[in-house]
Design a protein around this ligand. Structure first.
Ligand SMILES: NC(=O)C1=CN([C@@H]2O[C@H](COP(=O)(O)OP(=O)(O)OC[C@H]3O[C@@H](n4cnc5c(N)ncnc54)[C@H](OP(=O)(O)O)[C@@H]3O)[C@@H](O)[C@H]2O)C=CC1
Ligand SMILES: CCCCCCCCCCCCCCCC(=O)[C@@H](N)CO
Length: 297
């Protein structure tokens, strides 16, 4: 029964993975501006990210070089970083391709980085986050960057969707396990977001994937970062980023915890209409797929 809460980031330690690029870099920038003590983790280009944030904000962020697939490296980085108040597991890979055509290597890399890597981070950070420390207040937060592709299966993103749907299951279970420690879980659901990762993905993703993704208004990384940090600070479990995402979160609410009575009411009232809308979109998607295949013949 998680209740509404406020999770401050000013003067608190915010640890952001994937903080060297895109949404993670934007979150690090905004958290630094908000007065947080920011740490970022990535495999490379972390010095450039540090220098950019210093230039943009005057703030020094701590940087940790690690591959989230390597638990020992993650554990060393988390221990070196010191006690964490807000952990944002944002790292992620996405390569859109039909499952039949996608290499096992790409499939495994998305599962390993997006899902297993997040397990590594939480396993390493959780013991320290549960400690009651003098002068370090609670509540604390573990936020996971999912995707709207973590709320709905999308053509070309079979492995990616699996990795992001997996985060949801983990988040719902974990929240039950750590609510007593005043640690709150947030799932962030961005649409297509203008980042270097998306630029690369768009070079090769199937036309159908792009057509479906376009039904949700794309966003800038800074806009997503602002929505994400607001949601984290308000203790929201399902953090939607745009209007389509608001409706998707109502449609996909399922067994997710809901701290807001008003939002719970909206979810209940919207459930049946939401299902009709979801079926309508599925009809549109399958019709588009049929037409695109017909054109190929
Ligand atoms: N852009 C979009 O359209 C959307 C993105 N998302 C999600 O948002 C998150 C950020 O994506 P975005 O900003 O677009 O991506 P970018 O490709 O711009 O950045 C990805 C970040 O993750 C880091 N990263 C990748 N692999 C690893 C690894 N093995 N270990 C540690 N860090 C790693 C990268 O650093 P390095 O490579 O140096 O390690 C980089 O900092 C992802 O989880 C993605 O799934 C969700 C919906 C839409
Ligand atoms: C009134 C009801 C509105 C419902 C709208 C339904 C729209 C569905 C479109 C979902 C788009 C998902 C894009 C994910 C992009 C992504 O994850 C990649 N960029 C990789 O991260």
């Amino acid at each position: 029964k998680p209740s509404t809460t406020t999770i401050p980031i000013k003067n608190r330690h915010v640890f952001i993975t994937g903080g060297s690029s895109g949404i993670g870099l934007a979150m690090a920038h905004q958290a630094a501006l908000a007065g947080a003590q920011v740490s970022i983790l990535a495999r490379d280009k972390i010095q450039e990210a540090k220098d950019w944030i210093k230039l943009a904000t005057g703030c020094d962020v701590a940087v940790y070089e690690a591959d989230v697939r390597d638990y020992d490296a993650v554990s060393r980085a988390v221990n070196d970083a010191g006690p964490i108040d807000v952990l944002i597991c944002n790292q992620g890979l996405f390569f859109a391709r039909e499952l039949e055509r996608q290499s096992l290597e790409e499939i495994k890399s998305m599962i390993d980085v997006n899902l297993l890597g997040t397990f590594h981070l939480i396993k390493a950070a959780l013991p320290g986050m549960k400690e009651k420390r003098a002068g370090r207040s609670t509540p604390r937060c573990i936020a996971l960057t999912s995707s709207q592709a973590g709320q709905m299966g999308i053509y070309g993103y079979a492995a990616y969707c699996a990795s992001k749907f997996g985060l949801r299951g983990m988040a719902e279970a974990l929240q039950q396990e750590i609510i007593q420690d005043d640690i709150h879980v947030s799932l962030i659901f961005p649409p297509d977001t203008e980042t270097p990762g998306l630029v690369e993905d768009k070079k090769r993703r199937p036309p159908i994937t792009g057509a479906i993704a376009a039904f949700s208004t794309p966003m800038k990384a800074e806009e997503v970062a602002k929505k994400a940090l607001n949601g984290i600070q308000c203790g929201v479990f399902n953090v939607h980023c745009n209007l389509e995402g608001f409706f998707m979160s109502i449609i996909a609410a399922g067994f997710s915890p809901q701290r807001s009575v008003l939002m719970a009411f909206i979810e209940v009232i919207g459930a049946s209409m939401g299902r009709i809308i979801a079926l309508g979109f599925q009809f549109i998607f399958y019709q588009s797929i049929t037409k695109l295949h017909a054109r190929k013949k």
